[in-house]
Design a protein around this ligand. Structure first.
Ligand SMILES: Cc1ncc(C[n+]2csc(CCOP(=O)(O)OP(=O)(O)O)c2C)c(N)n1
Ligand SMILES: [Mg+2]
Length: 802
């Protein structure tokens, strides 16, 4: 396999006038397609008798028929044609499949082109290899039914529909030599993420990015219904595509010979268009947004499969979606029909006696890394150039007195990100993504000098929009997530900043990405890629402009469900810890890193040296805030910036309410350190945990998110009963910052009272403490209602060392 230096970028080849393809070549292409279809059907049905050397019996058939036929012949048809175009034009091309359930087709084609055997040598190019190929498909401990990470050439499994086109665009960014052909299922096209993905063409620069060729696979049906786009007038569909800014081309039919001929001519036109667009932008200085071509492929679902089964139409209906003949054991007629169907592809013409794909057909595939199963862009780790991350300490916030000054932590991070952006401008392998919130989340320094990508119209009032911009902003979390995934999967680096509450929009996408990372970790030929880094800001506690709708810290809960070796969650309490965490995340590989950090001015606690030590440990005592050495009576723990401030304020309150109480302050920046080592690689060993959180000593834990997150992480630890967690409990509205804490009982008064309540020797003081709490809260409520802001002593509160 080659590495980054040997993967050449194809330059577009403009076409001269072309003679139509000869009948001989078209016949060979048809044979190649039949071979792919044959192998696809074989994978779904057979475990033996792979070349049909003897009549098919039930013993040859798998006991469970699992897979999807309907989408597959269309995918195979395109593969054969792409192969010709790749060879003729020396294209550097990958192929993304929206309806990933067409897995058998991609496995078949990568087998025919030789990639599959190169990667999996036991699946040889002979009868035994074909038998293995068939048997392993959808078989326990074999291979998945979809275009999964195991499938060569794939960066998109397509199990969850909707993300193909956005992945395709992410892959094309900053890859000027790459063409990404992307099949969108007509059912898939009904999903929200796919519907917005068409707009990616407003962000793709033909001079500096690659090309995406969307193919709407209009096979008319989903699982059980017609598709919307197949049942509107064709003119309306073309108008829709024009409205999205594309030049639509249509290929329609069901006669194979005729379709090959029409396809070859049309695809030449389409690839000439792409070449012309790129030439105009790259050589002639054209700067306007081009109308990129897109293809509408209208072919029958289950094309070339059984036309009728048990008297009911199957080809060209939704009934072709999965397994058209599924009653083999009950119905001998089905077995016969299967055999006829498979023999209709004439396997004897396609494979020789030994089961080897005939040379004259095999020769039609591209060679080496031009084969789509071998293209390094579909195994991004092979191309990964390490990110240059300037020294984060240069962005340090100087701390003279702890807690003395307020700083917007994310603004500081923005400066580091800007430096990262600049340091990698030569390799153009870093982008920042956000749903219109880069400035709102206060990391806007990253935009300085590099601008925001924009190929649509501009007005004099616009700022920083540029066709070569490197920050990607669009009001679609789906697009941000999907572009970034496509960018990472093809071997680049990135960063996604988002409002905390709305990142949930991509919950499902991150599930899929986490699965991809988990699986590829176990596939030796897949090389590690850069981590997917999130900054969540505009946090639950400080929704000053917005209120309840914007308050949801639950993405933490969501990520915690993922495999421990994939997920990292950080809650840096101030700017220096944020810098240290971000540096770590940007350099890491194959993780999903979640950083939760506020943008509002908040106290700064740690010098850079302290911050680095704290982040390295993941959690630890803040000795300068504790008032005892080794025998605390209560641990005040905190995680997240606002909860840290409240915990620190509670510690100060305790100094007057219970002056002799021995308090230990612990801050948690790496949430996963709370888990036992057996559950997460970052988990603190039990002995160290017990030293920090001594058994029998109560712990009051102020947490940024939902309280049960902490319980879930620590339920196996000693003294779990002694852990009392305060966090967000879905109480909120548009109110003052401190009132948000009061509403959710995470405020300093509550935390101090919690401590007194849980230390038995302070029982005599409890009643007075409760009284004091009620008075403080009442005073606060009256004041905020009357004045619209927090009490001066809250607003002006400062940490004082004892
Ligand atoms: C987001 C999502 N919703 C539902 C499904 C279940 N599903 C699998 S295939 C399919 C129909 C897909 O139809 P289409 O995109 O037209 O694909 P094709 O006809 O090419 O099979 C559905 C609904 C899914 N995989 N993903
Ligand atoms: Mg369909």
């Amino acid at each position: 396999m080659s590495d980054a230096t040997t993967v050449d970028a194809a330059t577009p080849v403009a076409a001269a006038t072309r003679a139509p393809l000869s009948d001989e070549l078209l016949a060979k292409m048809d044979a190649y397609w039949r071979a792919a279809n044959y192998l696809s059907v074989g994978q779904i049905y057979l475990k033996d008798n792979p070349l049909l050397k003897r009549p098919l019996t039930l013993d040859d058939v798998k006991p469970r028929l699992l897979g999807h036929w309907g989408t597959t012949p269309g995918l195979n048809f395109l593969y054969v044609h792409w192969n010709r175009l790749i060879r003729e034009r020396n294209l550097n091309m990958i192929y993304l499949i929206g309806p990933g359930h067409g897995g058998p087709g991609l496995v078949a084609n990568t087998y025919l082109e030789g990639s599959y055997t190169e990667i999996y040598p036991h699946v040889e190019q002979n009868e035994d290899g074909i038998k293995r190929l068939f048997r392993q498909f959808s078989w326990p401990y074999g291979i998945p039914s979809h275009v999964a990470p195991e499938t060569p050439g794939s960066i998109h499994e397509g199990g969850e529909l909707g993300y193909s086109l956005v992945h395709a665009y992410g892959a094309a960014l900053d890859n000027p030599g790459l063409i990404v052909a992307c099949v969108v299922g007509d059912g898939e096209a009904e999903t929200g993420p796919l519907a917005t993905s068409w707009h990616s063409n407003k962000f793709l620069n033909p001079a500096t990015d690659g090309a995406v060729l969307p193919i709407l696979h209009l096979n008319g049906y989903k699982i059980a219904n017609p598709t919307v786009l197949a049942r509107i007038a064709h003119a309306e569909l073309e108008e829709l595509m024009r409205g999205y800014g594309y030049e639509p081309f249509t290929l329609e039919g069901d006669d194979p010979v005729e379709m090959h001929r029409k396809a070859a001519a049309l695809f030449d036109t389409i690839f000439d268009r792409i070449a012309a667009i790129q030439k105009a932008a790259r050589e002639e200085g054209a700067s306007e947004r081009p109308a990129w071509p897109m293809l509408i492929l209208r072919t029958p679902k289950g094309w070339t499969g059984p036309k009728f089964v048990d008297g009911r139409p199957v080809e060209n209906t939704w009934r072709a979606h999965q397994v058209p003949l599924d009653g083999l054991r009950q119905n001998p007629g089905h077995l016969k029909q299967l055999e006829e169907w498979m023999r209709s592809y004439k396997p004897g013409e396609l494979f020789d006696e030994k089961g080897r794909f005939r040379d004259e057909l095999a020769d039609m595939a591209p060679k080496g890394n031009r084969r789509m199963g071998m293209n390094a862009h579909a195994n991004g780790g092979r191309l990964l150039v390490p990110l240059k991350v300037p020294h984060f300490r240069d962005f340090e916030v100087k701390i003279e007195d702890r807690g003395a000054k307020d700083v917007e932590s994310t603004r500081v991070l923005g400066r580091l990100l800007h430096a990262v952006m600049e340091a990698n401008l030569d390799t153009k392998n870093f982008r920042v993504f956000g749903p219109d919130e880069t400035a709102s989340n206060r990391i806007q320094d990253v935009i300085t000098g590099v601008g925001k990508a924009w190929m649509a119209e501009t007005l004099p009032v616009d700022e920083n929009l540029s066709p070569t911009g490197r920050v990607m902003e669009v009001l679609s979390e789906h697009l941000c997530q999907g572009w970034l995934e496509g960018y990472l999967l093809t071997g680049r680096h990135g960063f996604f900043s988002c409002y905390e509450a709305f990142i949930h929009i991509v919950d499902s996408m991150v599930n899929q990405h986490a699965k991809w990372l988990k699986t590829t970790r176990e596939i030796p030929w897949r090389k590690p890629i850069a981590s997917l880094n999130y900054l969540l800001s505009s946090l639950v506690w400080r929704q000053d402009h917005n209120g309840f709708s914007h308050q949801d810290p639950g993405f933490i809960d969501h990520l915690m469900n993922k495999k421990a070796d994939v997920v990292r969650i950080y809650l840096p309490p101030d700017a220096n810890t944020l810098l240290s965490v971000a540096d770590h995340c940007l350099r890491s590989r194959h993780y999903i890193n979640l950083i939760v950090a506020g943008k509002q001015p908040l106290p700064q606690w740690l010098t850079m040296d302290d911050a680095v030590a704290h982040c390295t440990a993941g959690l630890g005592e803040w000795k300068w805030a504790s008032n005892c050495e080794s025998d605390p009576e209560v641990v005040m723990a905190c995680s997240g910036d606002v909860p840290t401030m409240e915990a620190m304020a509670a510690v100060m309150l305790l100094r007057t309410q219970a002056p002799d109480l021995r308090v230990r302050v612990v801050n948690v920046v790496d949430l996963m350190a709370l888990q036992p080592t057996s559950e997460h690689p970052h988990g603190l060993p039990d002995e160290e945990y017990d030293q920090l959180f001594p058994p029998k000593v109560p712990c009051i834990f102020a947490f940024h998110g939902y309280p049960w997150v902490i319980h879930r992480l620590t339920y196996r630890r000693h003294n779990h009963d002694g852990l009392h967690v305060r966090g967000y409990k879905e109480e909120g509205t548009t109110t003052t910052p401190f009132d948000m804490c009061v509403l959710n009982n995470i405020d300093r008064f509550q935390l101090a009272l919690d401590a007194i309540k849980r230390v038995p020797r302070l029982a005599p003081q409890l009643e007075a403490a409760q009284q004091g709490y009620s008075e403080a809260i009442q005073r606060h409520k009256l004041y905020v209602v009357e004045n619209g802001e927090d009490l001066p002593e809250i607003r002006n509160w400062r940490w004082r060392e004892q």
